[in-house]
Design a protein around this ligand. Structure first.
Ligand SMILES: [Zn+2]
Ligand SMILES: [Zn+2]
Length: 346
């Protein structure tokens, strides 16, 4: 789909969806936004001017996603072998999965933020130590032992759908990516991922938001064994970084494109304010583990006890991100008791 001359929205399906079904969902979602169980597709963007072909995000490394990408690029006069630059907003498998395959075909310049480059190694090249670390981390946060081995596995089954590749160019934010007449400024927006980046074209007022800003859902902002500090604090500050940008086209990596950046940012902030209060009310006076709190919170998709192990892990991680933010802002304290970490109101 053409956003404007030279900028195109493509679509690649998630492994459990066909291209046809994913395309149909793209239209349905725009008309009736609703909670879907899992995401059906990712939206890569192709920017093309002369011989310069930039692709922002790609999709899972499946044949279905690859042929969808090929078809989308062809429709707008290009093909995967012609890619000159591949920018990855963050290294989650749905955005980064096909990167190695595209690199081999096109010898493009792969561009990734330095903080996400560090994640690649732990996540895709040395996953064993990550699994051990995750087990210890879950234990610290009160996840009962019987659930731990399965939960610690987490995202491991995804690994065969990722063709990992190290970046050719590591960025920090502030750099400019030139594609013919377009100048995209890289904006570092940590939170959903430590090295998440957005791309802003000031002359055409285009903002590619990756998973940072989505039109109806909020990205998972979560702490796990690999993250440190306060990702929710980072996320909130990253939203503020974008609020005054002059933007006509908000182009996210899921759901559909929108127009009103400021309004959406305020909605997301409000969502987290409500969520923080809700979680605060789930913390016992005498202290609770993250697992206790996650078990009391009402999640959009039900209660923790009924979740698949992977979703339980995501929910616990998201809970910790909120608890950590309340620690950062002085609402909660944390204490270590034996092997576990407890949170309590100040
Ligand atoms: Zn993501
Ligand atoms: Zn995503």
């Amino acid at each position: 789909m053409q956003i404007l001359e030279g900028i195109y929205q493509l679509l690649t399906p998630f492994p459990q969806f066909t291209f046809e079904d994913a395309k149909a969902l793209r239209h349905q979602l725009e008309e009736h936004p609703r909670v879907t169980k899992g995401l059906p597709y990712v939206l890569p963007y192709m920017v093309k001017d002369g011989d310069d072909v930039l692709l922002v995000d790609c999709g899972w490394n499946t044949d279905g996603a690859f042929s969808a990408l090929e078809e989308g690029m062809k429709e707008h006069g290009s093909h995967p072998g012609a890619i000159t630059q591949l920018v990855i907003t963050h290294v989650h498998p749905d955005h980064y999965g096909m990167a190695g395959r595209l690199k081999r075909m096109s010898d493009c310049d792969v561009v990734i933020h330095e903080k996400d480059t560090a994640v690649i190694n732990d996540r895709y090249f040395a996953p064993k130590s990550l699994t051990d670390e995750m087990g210890r981390f879950m234990n610290l946060n009160g996840v009962p032992p019987i659930e731990t081995p399965q939960m610690a596995q987490g995202s491991m089954p995804m690994i065969d759908k990722v063709a990992a590749v190290p970046p050719d160019t590591q960025v920090k934010g502030g750099e400019t990516i030139k594609v013919g007449k377009f100048d995209f400024e890289i904006i570092w927006t940590p939170g959903h991922s430590p090295g998440h980046i957005c791309l802003y074209e000031p002359n055409y007022k285009v903002l590619l938001t990756g998973d940072h800003i989505l039109p109806t859902i909020t990205p998972n902002v979560s702490i796990h064994a690999q993250t440190h500090g306060s990702p929710l604090g980072d996320y909130m500050r990253s939203l503020e970084k974008l609020i005054d940008l002059d933007v006509k086209y908000v182009l996210p990596a899921h759901e559909f494109d929108t127009k009103d950046l400021k309004k959406r940012i305020r909605e997301i902030e409000e969502h987290h304010v409500v969520r923080l209060d809700e979680m605060y009310n789930c913390v016992d006076r005498g202290g609770s583990t993250a697992w206790d709190v996650a078990g009391r919170v009402k999640w959009a998709t039900g209660m923790l006890a009924d979740f698949e192990p992977f979703m339980q892990r995501a929910a616990v991680g998201e809970t910790i991100a909120h608890l950590e933010y309340m620690f950062e802002t002085g609402r909660l304290a944390k204490v270590r008791r034996g092997e576990q970490l407890f949170w309590l109101p100040v």
